[in-house]
Ligand binder design. Structure first.
Ligand code: WTA
Length: 649
């Protein structure tokens, strides 16, 4: 944003939705919480720290003397697995369901807190037998099955930081991550189910470890029963090593700053970063935000984060947050369209899901398939909806509200990052009058701002860089093995202030709209514009389900807008869709935002967590060789798009 720090406002959105009065009346949080946190921020966090059990109390809430290396809850001692499991059983909640597991093929398992305690204890004993010691890193490359949670908590229980690798990543990605954090033990499965097929996880691990003799043990969960290659000197079956173990394990208590996990941020650009989270602050952060943002009532809610455990959203809101709060969750292995496109709604109906948290990419996919599909199911149990991962287009937000939420569920559009550990900016469902597409305001206890290039906070109505001005409990503590990169990436733009890398704007009321990664901001004839707002204008048209916009080099304007759109199924037969859409954008936001080209495609390049990888589309638009595609969910999609672009021109 060197020349012109503000991003031009394109959106005309002005709808607002008050919380339904019945919801507000029973909500966990009222507006007073903001004041409480503002009056004494660290005192507020000390209060939140009571949500978890400490074996030894902490001394200071925050030690920031060695900034940007934070210590939260200094000298406190605790065990994360004890907090997620044992203490609930001790409190008499052992029979409460922790997870309703639903396999893609329809197999189910019900895991109570009792079950969880037994399985985690056995797995912890097994890891100890395999020689895993406190501080050792363990890699987990698994499908979405209960053993994945058992494995994570078993690691946490013995103080061995886990690094969970997305089950869809390639052998290369595994090899990079395993080497980067010096893993000696890998936990995987023979395979998992995805889109009605099996995903050969063990074979991929074998491939990844060909040149990594440092990995001495691979523990294999039997899920699909398929034939796999076996390395006698290295591989052990989970059931062989876990089933025979004692069902109890005495937890040890670790320092609040003991590493809990390393999560590699696949990112949409650059070499993956080993984002390191520690124990005390992280658990306090996920416990508080899960309670406040999702209005959790653990006795009655059936909570479902429909995301992958291999993504930070799964760590914080499938595993640690819900378990710390003794919640009952749904854990679903598969994809939304297997064996049919109503699968998610069937699950909501079957379990009476009350809270659903997912990504905009899923909502736009459902929009594409049409409202008739969810209409066939009883979704009346839902009382709250959440969104995470990308800016949600206002029209997708409205669709979610109407066709999933029955116009009666608050929507929390939650902004945060792998680095943040937990939600930082979000509406509070019983307090905030929400706006479609806005993430609104920093949570009580969090201080967010938007800065211009010089580090001056921008005025309402302007855009700039989204920053967090004070440390928060769940913040990353460093990048594994690379303190310099940690300092440079997050703390060098504005000293002492966390730089998120996202563009954002304050609207006239001072509410926050996230505009996407700053690298994605366009510059047409000197006007800086966010891809998110142009995409939202396209999605606002009844024909469009999804849109991706990039700035491609242009001799006269510097950059020109190139758009890629997926049409809704109901619009497939439409004549001259491209002409109609160009006119629509022109009318909706003005000539400056009119795309130079619009290409109708059947798919868009996305990461496994559903983020559109615009840089690949930019490569295409600028006629370059397509860059690194290793983090794509589906590696073949760029070829298909290339063909569609060629056919269209
Ligand atoms: C984007 C996901 C707009 C943003 C938990 C951020 C969002 C990146 C939102 C982090 C949201 C996440 N509105 N953009 N509600 N939530 N993002 O590390 O660009 O997978 O920087 O963490 O996703 O993605 P990550």
């Amino acid at each position: 944003m060197a020349n012109n720090p503000t991003i031009r406002e394109l959106s005309q959105e002005d709808r607002t939705f008050e919380p339904p009065p019945a919801f507000a009346a029973q909500a966990n949080v009222t507006a007073e919480l903001y004041e409480q946190a503002e009056t004494d921020r660290l005192g507020f966090w000390a209060e939140q720290a009571k949500r978890i059990s400490w074996d030894t109390d902490f001394d200071d809430v925050l030690d920031w003397s060695d900034a940007p290396f934070a210590k939260w809850f200094t000298d406190g001692k605790l065990n994360a697995a004890y907090n997620c499991v044992d203490r609930h059983v001790e409190a008499g909640l052992g029979d409460r369901v922790a997870y309703y597991f639903e396999g893609e093929g329809g197999d189910t398992r019900t895991i109570t807190y009792h079950d969880l305690l037994r399985e985690v204890s056995k797995a912890a004993n097994a890891l100890i037998e395999l020689g895993v010691k406190t501080g050792d890193r363990v890699a987990i490359y698994m499908p979405m099955i209960p053993e994945t949670v058992f494995a994570m908590l078993a690691c946490a229980r013995i103080g061995a930081p886990h690094t969970v690798i997305f089950g869809g990543f390639s052998d290369r990605a595994i090899a990079d991550r395993v080497s980067d954090c010096g893993v000696e033990v890998v936990i995987t499965a023979d395979g998992g189910y995805r889109r009605g097929k099996t995903n050969p996880l063990k074979a991929t691990v074998d491939q990844a470890l060909r040149d990594i003799p440092e990995v001495r043990t691979v523990v294999v969960v039997k899920r699909t029963g398929e034939d796999i290659d076996w390395h006698d000197d290295r591989d052990v079956w989970w059931h062989d090593v876990v089933d025979k173990q004692p069902e109890t394990h005495e937890p040890e208590f670790f320092d609040a700053e003991h590493p809990l996990y390393i999560m590699y941020s696949s990112g949409t650009t650059g070499k993956p970063k080993g984002i390191m989270h520690t124990t005390g602050g992280y658990l306090v952060g996920v416990a508080y935000t899960h309670w406040a943002v999702f209005d959790i009532k653990p006795e009655t809610d059936i909570y479902w984060t429909a995301a992958d455990i291999g993504w930070v959203t799964g760590h914080s809101y499938i595993v640690y947050g819900p378990l710390v709060n003794a919640t009952t969750s749904v854990l679903y292995e598969g994809t939304p369209d297997t064996p049919h496109r109503g699968r998610w709604w069937e699950i909501v109906q079957k379990y009476g899901v009350t809270i659903l948290y997912c990504a905009p990419t899923s909502i736009r996919t459902f929009m594409r398939w049409g409202r008739d599909i969810p209409a066939d199911y009883d979704l009346s149990s839902l009382r709250l909806l959440g969104s995470v991962g990308e800016p949600i287009n206002p029209e997708a937000w409205m669709w979610y509200r109407e066709h999933i939420g029955g116009n009666n569920c608050p929507i929390v559009d939650t902004w945060w990052q792998t680095e943040n550990g937990h939600i930082l900016i979000s509406p509070l469902p019983g307090v905030t009058a929400t706006k479609p597409g806005a993430t609104m305001r920093a949570l009580p206890g969090i201080t967010a701002d938007i800065y211009d290039e010089a580090g001056t906070p921008v005025e309402p109505g302007n855009g700039g860089y989204l920053v967090i001005t004070e440390p928060w409990p769940g913040m990353l503590r460093t990048l594994w093995g690379d303190e310099e990169r940690y300092k440079k990436t997050y703390w060098s733009q504005y000293p002492g202030v966390y730089f998120s890398g996202d563009g954002a704007k304050f609207d006239k009321d001072g509410d926050i709209w996230v505009l996407g990664r700053v690298d994605d901001v366009l510059n047409v004839s000197g006007h800086r514009m966010s891809t998110a707002e142009i995409e939202s204008a396209l999605v606002a048209h009844a024909m469009v389900a999804e849109a991706a916009v990039v700035g491609a080099q242009d001799e006269t304007t510097g950059q020109a807008i190139e758009a890629f759109v997926i049409l809704r199924e109901s619009a497939k037969e439409q004549d001259n869709a491209v002409g109609v859409l160009r006119a629509h954008v022109r009318a909706a936001i003005g000539p400056i935002a009119t795309p130079r080209s619009i290409t109708v495609v059947t798919d868009l390049p996305k990461t496994r967590s559903g983020k559109i990888m615009r840089r690949l589309l930019k490569d295409l638009a600028e006629d370059r060789e397509i860059g690194d595609t290793t983090t794509l969910a589906d590696a073949s999609v760029m070829e298909t798009i290339q063909q569609q672009v060629r056919a269209a021109r």
